[in-house]
Design a protein around this ligand. Structure first.
Ligand code: BES
Ligand code: MN
Ligand code: ZN
Length: 551
C-alpha cells in the first residue's frame, strides 16, 4: 500500500475528497480573535454550526483535541475533522507525525478513499513527518478478515493543502522530495509491522527468510540465508540449541547494501524468534499468543533494508537476523544444558525462556567480523524492560558515551520514545555459572540490564555497540501516537536516522580540509555532528542515481 500524496497551496474547503481534516494551532480556533482561512469557509456553509460545535466542545486547538462534523451543501466531502496541534513553538516531529496519523485514521474510520488535509502555516517545513504519519496512520493489518470484517474501502489519495494564516502561499520547492522520503521511510516501518503481525503458523524461520529474499529482490538488496545445516557447520551452536526443539528449524539471514566508496559501515541485528513458547521453561498460557511478535527485531531489520534499497544511501548497511522457533519437544534444549557458541564461549542454559540473548549472541559474534563502525541490535528481549519503561518506550544501552550521544541525536530526530539504560557492571555476577563461562539468565532484578550484559560478552571490540530492548513498544497494547495496536515497527525510524546522520557525517568529512574520515575512525568526532535537533526535513538522505565515489 502506498498513498498518492499531493501538496498544493489551496484552501481545503475548495478541494474534492471524502473527508477533510484540518490542523489548528492553539488559540487559532476563535473566529473573533483570528482570521481563519481554513475554518471560516466551513462555518459559513454550515450556517454557523461549526463554531457552535467548537464552542460546545471547548475546542481551542490544544494538543489532541478533536471534533468531527458532517458536511453538506457545496463542500464536496462528507465530513470535517478538526484536530488541535497545541503551541506551534512546542511542535516536534513526533507531534506532527501523530497529527497526520490521526488524520489517516479518521479517514479509515470514515471509509474514505480520498483525504484532504489542511495544514496551518509553519507545517510546510514538516512535510516528511506528515507523509510518514499518513502512511503509518493508514496502516491496518486486515489480510485475514473476511465478510463484514474486511474493509471495503482503502485510503488511496491525500491532498495536502498548505494555507497561511492570512491567505494561501506557495509550496516549498522540495515538497515532493520530502514527501517521497517520508513515504519511503514509512514503507519500511509498515513492512516490519506486517511481518510482526503475521501469526506463527504463517511466519516461521523459513518463511521469514523467504520474506527477506522477496523484499531484497524488490529493493535491490543482496540476501544470504544460512539453513540449519549451514548453521551447524558454522558453529552457531546457540542458535541451534534454541531452534532444534521445533519442527521449523532455525535459519540465519544476512542482507547487505554495499555502495562503492561508502565511508561508514553500519550493521543492524534483529532477534527473530517466530514464536516464543518459552521452550521447556514454558510460559504461562495467558498472553502467550503475543509471542508471535517475538521476531519484531528481525522484522525491523528486513523493513529497514527495504527502505535502504529505496533511498540508496552512501553508507554500507547490513541487516542481520537469527530466526528460530522456541518450542518444547523431545529434541529441545534443556535447562542445565551447556552449549558452545560461535564466539567460542560456553553457556549454561539455566532458563530456556531466555532464548533471545542466545540467538543474538551468535548473531553478534557473526556481525562483529564485518568490523562495523556501528553495531546495533534490536530485540523483544525482556519483560523487565516493559516493567521499567512501559509499553510505549524501549530501553537502549551503549558501549560508550560518544556512541550514546550520537544515538540520542538519532532518537531525537526520529521522535521515537527510547530511553538510555545503564550497563551496570556489578550485575555481571548474576551471569556466573558453575559449569560454563556464562549462564543465560540472572535473577529477576535488573533483568533487562543483565540481558544486555550477557550480549556484551559477544560483541568483541566493535567501535560503537547499541542494544535496544524493544519488548514493550514492538507490540502495541493500544493505538499510540502513529502506532497501531499490534506490531509497530518501533525502532526502524531511529535506525534510519542514525544511518542518515552517518551519511551526512561522512559527506561532511569529504570536504577538503576536513579531518581524515578513514573507516577505522571510531566514534564520530564532535566536529562532525550537525547542530542539535536538526530539522528532519533538511535531510541529505535522498535517492541518488549512483553512489558517490571515494575521493
Ligand atoms: N520474548 C521474551 C521477552 C518478552 C516479554 C517480550 C514480554 C515481550 C513481552 C523473552 O524471550 C523472555 O521470555 N524473557 C524472559 C527472560 C527471563 C527468563 C530471564 C523474561 O523477560 O521473563
Ligand atoms: Mn523467552
Ligand atoms: Zn523471546
Amino acid at each position: 500500500m502506498s498513498l498518492k500524496i499531493s501538496v498544493r497551496s489551496a484552501l481545503p474547503s475548495h478541494q474534492k475528497g471524502d473527508i477533510i481534516v484540518v490542523g489548528v494551532v492553539a488559540g487559532d480556533a476563535d473566529s473573533k480573535k483570528r482570521d481563519r482561512p481554513m475554518l471560516d469557509d466551513f462555518d459559513r456553509t454550515l450556517g454557523g454550526a461549526l463554531d457552535r460545535l467548537l464552542k460546545k466542545e471547548e475546542f481551542t486547538g490544544k494538543k489532541d483535541q478533536q471534533v468531527s462534523i458532517a458536511l453538506s451543501g457545496r463542500i464536496k466531502a462528507d465530513r470535517l475533522v478538526v484536530i488541535g496541534l497545541g503551541d506551534m513553538e512546542k511542535l516536534g516531529v513526533a507531534d506532527v507525525r501523530t497529527f497526520a496519523a490521526k488524520a489517516a485514521r479518521a479517514a479509515n474510520g470514515d471509509k474514505a478513499r480520498r483525504l484532504v488535509l489542511g495544514l496551518p502555516a509553519g507545517l510546510e517545513s514538516h512535510l516528511r513527518a506528515i507523509a510518514e504519519g499518513l502512511e503509518l496512520g493508514a496502516y491496518r493489518f486486515t489480510k485475514y478478515m473476511t465478510g463484514d470484517r474486511k474493509p471495503k474501502v482503502e485510503l488511496a489519495q491525500v491532498d495536502v493543502c498548505l494555507v497561511g494564516t492570512t491567505g494561501t502561499k506557495g509550496i516549498p520547492n522540495d515538497a515532493h522530495a520530502h514527501v517521497t522520503l517520508g513515504q519511503s521511510t514509512a514503507l519500511g516501518v509498515n513492512l516490519a509491522r506486517d511481518l510482526s503481525n503475521e501469526p506463527a503458523n504463517v511466519i516461521y524461520p523459513d518463511t521469514l527468510a523467504e520474506a527477506a529474499i522477496k523484499i531484497g529482490k524488490e529493493a535491490g538488496i543482496k540476501v544470504q540465508i544460512f539453513n540449519y545445516d549451514e548453521i551447524q557447520k558454522r558453529g552457531m551452536k546457540l542458535l541451534q540449541a534454541v531452534g532444534q526443539g521445533s519442527e521449523h528449524k532455525p535459519c540465519f539471514g544476512h542482507m547487505s547494501w554495499k555502495p562503492a566508496g561508502a565511508k561508514r559501515r553500519i550493521v543492524v541485528v534483529g532477534k527473530g524468534i517466530t514464536f516464543d513458547s518459552g521452550g521447556l521453561s514454558i510460559k504461562p498460557s495467558a498472553g502467550m499468543g503475543e509471542m508471535k511478535h517475538d521476531m519484531s527485531g528481525a522484522a525491523n531489520v528486513i523493513g529497514m533494508m527495504a527502505t535502504i534499497g529505496r533511498l540508496k544511501p552512501n553508507v554500507e548497511v547490513h541487516g542481520i537476523f537469527a530466526a528460530a522457533e522456541n518450542m518444547p519437544d523431545g529434541s529441545a534444549c534443556r535447562p542445565g544444558d551447556v552449549w558452545g557458541s560461535l564466539d567460542g564461549k560456553s553457556v549454561e542454559i539455566t532458563n530456556t525462556d531466555a532464548e533471545g540473548r542466545l540467538i543474538l549472541a551468535d548473531a553478534l559474534a557473526y556481525a562483529r567480523v564485518l568490523e562495523p563502525d556501528w553495531l546495533i541490535d534490536n530485540a523483544t528481549l525482556t519483560g523487565a524492560a516493559v516493567v521499567a519503561l512501559g509499553n510505549g518506550c524501549s530501553g537502549w544501552y551503549a558501549s560508550n558515551d560518544a556512541a550514546a550521544e550520537e544515538f540520542q541525536l538519532a532518537v531525537n530526530g526520529s521522535g521515537e520514545q527510547m530511553w538510555r539504560m545503564p550497563l551496570l557492571d556489578d550485575l555481571k555476577d548474576q551471569l556466573k555459572s558453575d559449569s560454563a563461562d556464562l549462564k543465560n539468565s540472572g535473577d529477576r532484578w535488573g533483568g533487562s540490564i543483565s540481558a544486555a550484559l550477557f550480549l556484551r560478552e559477544f560483541v568483541g571490540n566493535v567501535a560503537n555497540w547499541i542494544h535496544c530492548d524493544i519488548a514493550g513498544p514492538a507490540m502495541g497494547d493500544r493505538v499510540r501516537g502513529w502506532d497501531p495496536k499490534g506490531g509497530t515497527g518501533h525502532g526502524v525510524l531511529t535506525f534510519l536516522h542514525l544511518i542518515e546522520r552517518a551519511e551526512q557525517a561522512a559527506a561532511g568529512a569529504n570536504h577538503p580540509g576536513a579531518p581524515d574520515s578513514k573507516r577505522s575512525e571510531k566514534a564520530p568526532k564532535k566536529t562532525e555532528k550537525p547542530k542539535k535537533t536538526p530539522k528532519t526535513d533538511k535531510s541529505s538522505f535522498r535517492k541518488k542515481k549512483s553512489p558517490r565515489k571515494r575521493k
